[in-house]
Design a protein around this ligand. Structure first.
Ligand code: GRF
Length: 204
């Protein structure tokens, strides 16, 4: 049975493309991207998704209340019978209705080692705090800000001469690998979310 992934983006979509590459290279067995949705018509990732033959949809956030906007997205995802929703640089908070509709089936990637540095500008927060190590996290999405159960993390060093740009670039390389690894494990095996802990029984 195909594991159908819906991806939500707002920007350049490099994580979305990394997932698409991983699927094309057989690194996420049995998976396909059923739909890419952007809440912004000018998101760079849209064109790149379309170029590789993925179905894309713009559901503009502008002028729509969150609940109405989310209702349209939920409908589009349900029409494609999506198994997992992946947020990939999606910049709008999800409504409680959205989280309820896909509870335990929404993933996000965040450019820090959560629970450190949730929210915007995580790489800048890490630099300003002075940590020597940061990283990236794939986690399930619940009602909290970047606070849902953690699926996978990668540690990335902070260098003395790092800028937000250099650190972000180093983290991004790991994000691309981590999202694919997390999806591979979730798609392949049974898993349970027990409290905050995600226990994956990777059958592959
Ligand atoms: C990534 O750093 C991701 O961790 C964060 O937003 C950025 C999105 O980049 N949530 P992209 O659109 O996937 O290139």
């Amino acid at each position: 049975m195909t594991y159908r992934i819906g991806i939500l983006i707002s920007g350049r979509g490099s994580n979305m493309l990394a997932i698409a590459d991983a699927i094309d290279e057989g690194r996420i067995g049995g998976a396909e991207i059923a739909l890419v949705i952007s809440d912004k018509a000018d998101a760079g990732g849209l064109e790149r998704a379309a170029e590789r033959g993925l179905e894309t949809l713009v559901i503009e956030r502008r002028g729509r209340a969150r609940a109405q906007h989310d209702a349209e997205i939920i409908e589009a995802l349900n029409e494609r019978a999506v198994d997992m929703v992946c947020l990939a640089g999606y910049m709008r908070l999800l409504s409680p209705q959205f989280i309820e509709a896909f509870r335990g089936r929404i993933l996000n990637i965040h450019p820090s080692l959560l629970p450190s540095f949730p929210g915007l500008d995580a790489q800048r927060q890490a630099l300003e705090y002075g940590v020597r190590w940061t990283g990236c996290t794939v986690h399930f999405v619940d009602e909290t800000l970047d606070g849902g159960p953690i699926v996978a993390q990668t540690v990335v060093p902070v260098h003395a001469d790092d800028t937000v740009q250099t650190l972000s670039a180093r983290i991004l390389i790991e994000e691309h690998k981590l999202y694919a690894q997390a999806l591979r494990a979730l798609a392949a095996g049974a898993y349970e979310i027990t409290g905050r802990r995600v226990v994956i029984n990777d059958a592959s």
